[in-house]
Every structure is written in C-alpha cells, then in structure tokens.
Design a protein around this ligand. Structure first.
Ligand SMILES: *Cc1c(COP(=O)(O)O)cnc(C)c1O
Length: 348
C-alpha cells in the first residue's frame, strides 16, 4: 500500500468540478421490453441499431467481470485502449504543468497522448535486459509527475517486467501507476488486476485488440479502484462504445474457449518462429517474448525490412527506438504466413 498517495490532490480541479452530461439512457434504466421509449429523439423503426447503446455497457462488463474476477464497479470501457489512456491523461494531467514518466523503448501512444494534451514527458530508459530501473525512475519523478506508464509485457521488446520492480514502483511512486497489459493473455505472468484492492494508485488497461482477435471493433478496458473509475466515467463521452462493438464483444467473450484455443495456437507458432529465426545467419539475437510477437536483432534492420517488403511481407522496423538498434519486430501470424516468412528469410 502506498501511503503517500492521495487521489483527491491528483485529479485536475476542472474534472473535480465537472457536472457530467446526463444522457437520456442514463436517466432511466429498467426492463426495457415493456417500455415505450420516446426520450432520445431516436427513429422508432427497429433495425438493430436505431437505439442509442447502453452508456455503461452493462452486459459486456458483466461478462468481463465473470471472466476476470473483478467487480463491474472496477471496470470502464473505451473506444480502444487509446481512448482509455486519453481519458486518464485528461483526468489527472494539467496541460503545460504536469508530466508523465515513460520507459522507452515502449508503446508509442503514451508520448503521442502526452503531446496532444501538452504534458511533459520524462523518459527513463529500460536497462539492458529491458527491465525498469526502479531507483532512477523514482528519483526522476517530481511533484508534477502524475502518471507512470509500465507496459508489461512490453511492446516492442516482448518481455514482462519483474513483479518485484513493479511492486516497488506502485508502493513508492506518488502518482498513478498505469500498467498496460495489452499482451497479458499471451503471458504466464499473473495480471495485476488481482492486486487492485491493495493498490488505490493502480490502473490496469487491457484490450480486445490482440488475443481476442477484435482489433477492428475498438474495445479497450480499464480496471481500477471505484474512485478512479468514477472520475473517468465523469469525462468519458456518454456513448463512447457503440452498439455493434458491444454486440460483437459479448459474442466473443461468451466463447472464451475459442480465444484460449487461438492463444495456444499462436504461442505454438511463436515457438516455431523463434526456432527458425535462430537459424538465420543475419539474426544475432532473439529477445525473450511473453507476447504474440518476437523482437530480433539483425545485421541491418532497415535493409532486411525493405527486402521483406519487396517479397510481400510487412514487419515492423524498430531500429530507431532507444536500445533497439537493428531490431525487427515480427508479429506471430498463421502457420501459412509464418512458413512464407521463414522461407523468404532463408532466401535473403
Ligand atoms: C496494441 C496495443 C494496445 C491496444 O490498443 P487498442 O487501442 O486497444 O487497440 C495497447 N497497448 C499496447 C502496448 C499495444 O501494443
């Protein structure tokens, strides 16, 4: 438990004073079948999407709650993690005053969102094993440091951060620690959502874009204390998750065994890909992966990247990222896609 943490002093005054928009569907919740709804100026002719969606996405949250073992009051949904992360910025970071801490090489959206919101970025590079330098992070923080972003498993490096390091950061950082678990379903590491009760300064984000196979519907999930969820609910747009997205998410979450089977298949393919990469002579290092992608160091990343493009294969060149010189990131594809990739790599 972090004794220096005080949520009340972290929330922006504008947000604390905000009177949230009350939508027609917020005001009345009930058994809808028998009711006549003439409150929201909708077109009354049914076509499946003529009504506004549930602003609180209750059915999606109920399924997630059961799957993850977290009460619904600890869940907020957004139009992708991107929206969830942006809400977190706007709730806690005062433009032109506050700062966030990121640990490069990491996911690019944290710094993009910081720039959009006029928030300073303090970067503390990961160590040679791509683990957080806890002491350096804590001493880089100042009284305006509102958010610390930990991406675990990390993108683009693929590794999970050590639990001991994360635990210390949660206990000692005075702001809010955001753990981005976009790839947690590929990892054996335990999710930090099970630790929410002990840590009022913790936010965990997940997504349906990766393991669940629903990048196209845009659904991001935020798990946090009820106090933090209440704050984020105040500023989210009322209908931020559309009806089609909710329906598709419900269908997918109800068939979780299918997701599990696909995750298993992807992890098996990852093993195949790593074995094949290790036999390619221009690959000098393969980093351990806890995710559905593999980072590898090669002789000349830009050259190899372009050669693969010419052969119809798009991967990600991460050579400009700190600590990732000449590194390429390979997403684990279907078996036929991986066979094609390996074949072309051997030919280069
Ligand atoms: C892919 C990814 C996400 C997912 O973002 P969505 O907006 O939910 O699609 C979030 N964080 C990281 C680190 C990612 O790599």
């Amino acid at each position: 438990m972090n004794t220096k943490f005080d949520l009340n002093t972290l929330v922006r005054p504008t947000i604390k004073a905000l009177q949230p928009y009350s939508s027609a569907r917020d005001e009345y919740q009930g058994n809808s079948d028998a009711m006549v709804f003439l409150d929201a100026n909708e077109n009354p002719f049914e076509n499946g999407v003529n009504r506004y969606p549930d602003p609180q996405q209750r059915t999606v949250k109920a399924l997630l709650s059961e799957l993850k073992g977290v009460a619904q009051e600890h869940i907020l949904l957004g139009n992708g993690s991107d929206e969830v992360l942006d809400l977190i910025f706007r709730a806690f970071c005062e433009p032109n005053q506050d700062n966030i801490i990121t640990l490069p090489p990491t996911y690019g959206m944290y710094s993009v969102l910081a720039h959009i919101n006029a928030i300073e970025i303090i970067s503390v590079q990961l160590d040679a094993d791509f683990q957080p330098k806890v002491d350096a992070i804590l001493s880089a923080a100042n009284s305006n440091s509102k958010l610390l972003f930990l991406c675990s498993p990390n993108n683009p490096t693929g590794n999970s951060f050590e639990a001991k390091a994360i635990e210390r950061l949660i206990s000692e950082f005075k702001g809010i620690v955001v753990i981005d678990e976009a790839y947690i379903d590929f990892s054996n590491a335990e999710s930090w959502i099970s630790k929410l009760e002990n840590h009022p300064n913790l936010i965990v984000t997940q997504t349906l874009s990766k393991a669940y196979g629903l990048a196209g519907i845009r659904l991001g999930v935020c798990y946090a204390s009820t106090a933090i969820i209440e704050i984020l609910n105040r500023l989210k747009p009322p209908y931020n998750v559309n009806e089609l997205t909710q329906q598709r998410a419900i269908a997918q979450l109800a068939e979780y065994d299918k997701t599990q089977a696909q995750v298993k298949a992807i992890l098996a393919e990852r093993t195949v890909l790593i074995a094949a990469l290790s036999k390619i002579d221009f690959v000098s290092k393969i980093y351990p992966s806890d995710a559905n992608f593999v980072l590898a160091k090669v002789d000349n990343a830009t050259k190899r990247y372009e050669q693969l493009i010419d052969r119809g294969i798009v991967i990600r060149n991460r050579t400009t990222q700190p600590g990732c010189e000449n590194c390429l990131r390979f997403t684990v594809g279907r078996p036929d896609e991986n066979i094609k990739l390996i074949k072309e790599l051997r030919r280069l």
